[in-house]
Design a protein around this ligand. Structure first.
Ligand code: I3P
Length: 326
């Protein structure tokens, strides 16, 4: 594939593997969320899928392409580009994919970033979306100014719970996006725990995205035990990394000054027991006005822009700790 570099940045110390896309496989042959409109990968379809059998765990369909070895390409999003650029010189850098600048391919611009999976052999992958909400305050304002009814979201709601739409929504056969997003948040553990499992892909290829109703701590625990195949060593390793990450997040200038919404933690391990966690997906991570900072722990009230990221991480750490003490 011919790529035209648009502005490289120096290679920061990358430490391993990739990002997320998902795939179908195993007994539960279900494509990942948002992969429904999977693009055709033209000539690189076979090699790309072979190399990235997990195609898109989180991230919009068709957003990814294979890059040079050890790198992947994600469709350009200026928010994400700006975040990755700022993160190069932040204390959080070891916890995010290394950024290698922009490239142009077939008339489209892509962000070139580290393939977080490249150091793993048949990895198991879990995507946890962090925070107490999954939409930006600016999205709420926009939806109020220009309400846009979504038939697809009504359909998704109906597929999970035909009783969920209101009589008016049934009549319209459509819902507003914030309404759908809030419904998803309360259905899952986003509101109650400050994070939710989005998808899990096991080493044997089995994929599951059926966590929409995974809300109770016990359900989350079961999903995580299954993800690590009840391996306490791997779980201990993840717990240690989450604690280190929390410490670094609390020091990070970048983190203090951004509303972090829709960002995930990507957990990756393989049979060698190598396990790593990274922060991924910064498409909805936006800078706060100058001098303003967030605690990431206070409850959200519209206007305070709190996202509950650290509150969710505290809960995740406590949950893993409890699992290991059982
Ligand atoms: C999607 C999910 C995504 C959201 C997407 C939703 O719902 O909430 O986070 O994308 O909105 O459809 P689900 O997981 O139930 O399929 P953003 O985070 O980018 O807003 P979209 O359809 O407008 O892309």
């Amino acid at each position: 594939m011919r790529l035209e570099a648009l502005g490289q940045v120096p290679d920061p110390e990358g430490q391993g593997a990739a990002r997320s896309e998902a795939q179908a496989g195993g007994e539960q042959i279900r494509p990942w969320r948002r992969l429904k409109n999977m693009v055709h990968w033209s000539p690189c379809v076979v090699s790309f899928r072979k190399r990235y059998p997990w195609v898109q765990l989180a991230g919009h369909a068709g957003n990814f392409k294979a890059g040079d070895f050890g790198r992947i390409l994600k469709k350009h999003c200026s928010n994400e580009q700006q975040c990755l650029e700022r993160l190069v010189s932040d204390t959080l850098q070891p916890y995010v994919p290394a950024y290698y600048g922009l490239v142009e391919h077939e008339g489209e611009t892509y962000i070139q970033m580290e393939d977080l999976l490249s150091g793993f052999d048949a990895p198991s992958i879990m995507d946890c979306k962090m925070g107490v909400r999954t939409y930006l305050e600016e999205e709420l304002e926009k939806a109020r100014e220009q309400p846009c009814l979504r038939r697809d979201m009504y359909d998704k709601m109906m597929a999970v719970d035909p009783a969920a739409p209101s009589p008016e929504e049934h009549t319209q056969q459509a819902v507003l996006k914030p309404r759908y997003m809030q419904w998803r948040e309360t259905l899952s553990s986003t509101t109650t725990l400050g994070f939710r499992i989005e998808g899990i892909k096991k080493a044997n290829g089995a994929c599951s995205t059926s966590f929409k109703k995974t809300r109770q701590p016990e359900q989350v625990r079961q999903a995580i035990w299954d993800f690590v195949d009840r391996d306490r060593h791997i779980l201990t390793n993840y717990l240690g990394q989450l604690k280190d990450m929390r410490f670094v997040l609390e020091q990070s200038d970048f983190f203090k000054a951004h509303e972090v919404v829709g960002s995930s933690l990507l957990f990756v391990h393989d049979h060698s027991k190598l396990a790593r966690v990274w922060m991924i997906d910064f498409g909805k991570t936006v800078p706060l006005p100058a001098q303003r900072t967030l605690t990431h722990r206070l409850p959200w009230v519209e206007g305070n822009r709190e996202d509950g990221y650290l509150w969710g991480l505290d809960n995740l750490i406590a949950l893993l700790g409890k699992m290991l003490s059982e």
